[in-house]
Design a protein around this ligand. Sequence first.
Ligand code: ATP
Ligand code: MG
Length: 332
Amino acid sequence: KTRLYSGMQPSAESLQIGNYIGALLNWKSLQQTHDAFFSIVDLHAITVAQDPALLRENTRRTAAQYIAAGIDPSESTLYVQSHVAAHAQLAWVLNTITGFGEAGRMTQFKDKSARHGHDGTTVGLFAYPTLMAADILLYDAEIVPVGEDQRQHIELTRDLATRFNTRFGETFVVPEASIQKETAKIYDLQNPTAKMSKSAESHAGIIWMLDEPSVTAKKIMRAVTDADGGIVFDRENKPGVANLLTIYSVMAERSIASLEDEYAGRGYGDLKKGLAEVVTGTFGPIRERVLELLDDPAELDRLLAQNADRAASVADATLAKAYDRVGLLPRV
Ligand code: ATP
Ligand code: MG
């Protein structure tokens, strides 16, 4: 089976609908045909300030959300990044072959460092992409299912793998991004030209997987649209409506054209009501299941430990090979 790797940061109490549509749904369908590794990337989350007690809790919650959304931890390897030491270790080696200018060109770094200011911007945030490259390369992953915002990081990962292989001899598999075109970027409901993100300052435009259905419905009813009135898909001129149609289409498994037909001549209120029903219909049961799973944290922790062992057995072998290629003296 082809190897697959992906992950999400436990940077909030809940995942948001962009994570579900851009990543999780894709993971779910790929896990059956691939040898999949899905990580909760806590080492990435601490590249911006996190409250320690909350981080620990959010890590469990993220694991529970993977499972509730359909990731099967006996089929796929679902584990916490910091439980496998090799991630940080390989990241260090990759730091030494990454150009300063190269890392500085990453748009996620530019966006996040602008948000956190000079003093809030850490070396860790700068090195985020090399840690991500390590995540992927440790597992010889051929495919990395992510949202559009991660395309540039996968490109860098490919460059680093190729560079390492050229300099030190064939070691890493050069991975490919798997990005679903139409759904690769879900936008904030209050600011439909900005990506929806867990760590956005305002939560008003975020649909959380774990929000109560009534809260989700309210947020959708308040989504920013336009004064034009037509329910047609026009990303340029009607970004709010286009975003709602995209989300609707994925969640209801219907084409955008059939939604345009159904809502032709009707108001935005109708569209939003329909969308709220579809979203809460999917997220309601997921939320229930997450709460059940969180009722037994010891069982969840046990499962994560087992999966971390499985991940480490693959990762440690790759790390040893990379250390050897670079010329680090093996400890006998
Ligand atoms: P943060 O704000 O902390 O960076 P995030 O919401 O961007 O959180 P990540 O943990 O960084 O989430 O990313 C997890 C996965 O979700 C990645 O594959 C990413 O590409 C995808 N993703 C994130 N936001 C969106 C979005 N708005 N639309 C589609 N995919 C997304
Ligand atoms: Mg992100």
